[in-house]
Design a protein around this ligand. Structure first.
Ligand SMILES: *Cc1c(COP(=O)(O)O)cnc(C)c1O
Length: 395
């Protein structure tokens, strides 16, 4: 029997709603991965990714695996056994970075900040002063587990001033907030297809600066992951020095998934980066107004909030899991639960990419209000408060 998934509205931490233009693109005929038409698609994809990342980096490509593989690609290529990395952790994903470093035989120096707060630049300065021999400074630009944005520009500058390579996780940032790879001087940056790009999961856009590409080319110790070794992947994608040259088989590219990413990036370019960022901000403002109208508050300090991932504090006496179940069962609406220390205390409401629109904001607010009323709270006016924000913005 065929599998038919339910139709949901995805307003959690990702995947986000996929634009039907993307799934339609993915249904087009599969061709060979060295077909001249496919090579042309690969070239266009590189250009579209350069646009999204705001970079001229020649080594810009989608890794054929999810965001976690983009993370691993950056660590295993930039670091060798014995290398030291300073890792900023203010949520789930910094912990994974540490795993990557220790598993490749490196040493991780952790700079920890409380979940729900941004990376503290002073702590990073201190760690750099104490560990000037570190090769890498790694951080999460947009922490999906907490809805926090850290100052990526400042962190990249701290890394380059100290002669270190920066590794930036912007899986949830790309397409939703400013990601200016060249202007910030970021060295190795990875993202994901299923957050603000609103594509299906399973691809990880990566971009590598010329400085970092040179480090990769001149390694003395082979990258321990054959599949993620960019020296080999470059041979297929024609990035870096071999740009435009002959392409050799490395692995079979996920052809149809790449049609989808191409369409997702085309949609982003049609809208324009600035317009996309503004749309994410506006829908976040409307959601916030609606939440506040029914007594719900955002946890993260205003200056550090991600518009695409809203950490909402669950009021005392409200059963947070029951609310999520009601949203899923009665509204086909998915929102996220809290992770780690935040489990049971927060909801995570995503407004990512295609899912960041007024219809979804109203749906979510109406559903949340209904769920709170069902739990005995006396609240109303959520959608009206959001509408006031849209009206003020001329929508
Ligand atoms: C989702 C996410 C990842 C992992 O991406 P997958 O596609 O799930 O492997 C890494 N970092 C951040 C910040 C994320 O939000």
């Amino acid at each position: 029997m065929s599998f038919y998934p339910p139709r949901r509205t995805l307003m959690g931490p990702g995947p986000s709603d996929v634009n039907p233009r993307i799934t339609n693109a993915m249904a087009r005929p599969t061709i060979g991965h060295l077909d001249p038409a496919f090579i042309e698609l690969m070239e266009q994809l590189k250009g579209l990714l350069q646009y999204a990342f705001q970079t001229d980096n020649a080594l810009t490509l989608p890794v054929s695996a999810p965001g976690s593989a983009g993370m691993e690609t950056c660590f295993v290529n930039l670091m060798q056994p014995g290398d030291k990395a300073i890792i900023c952790q203010n949520g789930v994903f910094g912990g994974r970075m540490k795993e990557n470093v220790t598993r490749l035989g490196g040493e991780a120096v952790m700079v920890e900040d409380e979940w729900g707060t941004a990376v503290d630049l002073d702590k990073v300065r201190q760690a750099i002063a104490e560990h000037p021999d570190a090769r890498v400074l790694a951080f999460v630009h947009a922490e999906t587990s907490t809805g926090v944005r850290s100052d990526a520009e400042a962190l990249c500058r701290l890394a380059s001033e100290a002669g270190m390579l920066s590794i930036m996780d912007t899986v949830t940032g790309l397409g939703g907030i400013e990601v200016a790879v060249d202007a910030w001087g970021a060295d190795a940056v990875y993202s994901g297809s299923q957050k603000c790009l609103s594509c299906t999961p399973g691809l990880s856009p990566v971009t590598i600066s010329e400085r970092a590409a040179e480090v990769i080319r001149s390694r003395t110790h082979p990258v321990q992951s054959w599949f993620l070794d960019l020296n080999l992947v470059m041979g297929y994608w024609g990035g870096g020095e071999s740009g435009g040259g002959k392409r050799a088989y490395h692995h079979t590219a996920p052809i149809n998934a790449l049609y989808g990413l191409h369409e997702a990036l085309t949609i982003l370019k049609e809208e324009g980066l600035e317009a996309s960022f503004a749309r994410h901000r506006l829908n976040h403002e409307a959601l916030k107004a609606g939440l506040e109208a029914i007594g719900l508050s955002l946890v993260v300090a205003e200056a550090d909030r991600l518009p695409q991932l809203n950490l909402v504090s669950v009021p005392e006496a409200v059963d947070e899991a029951a609310v999520r179940s009601m949203l899923l069962n009665d509204y086909n609406l998915e929102i996220g639960a809290g992770l780690g220390a935040l489990a049971g205390k927060v909801w995570r409401i995503g407004l990512m990419g295609y899912a960041s629109n007024p219809t979804n904001v109203r749906l979510c607010l109406g559903a949340l209000q209904h769920a709170l009323v069902a739990q005995g709270l006396n609240v109303n006016g959520a959608v009206r408060a959001a509408d006031a924000v849209y009206t003020a913005a001329g929508i």
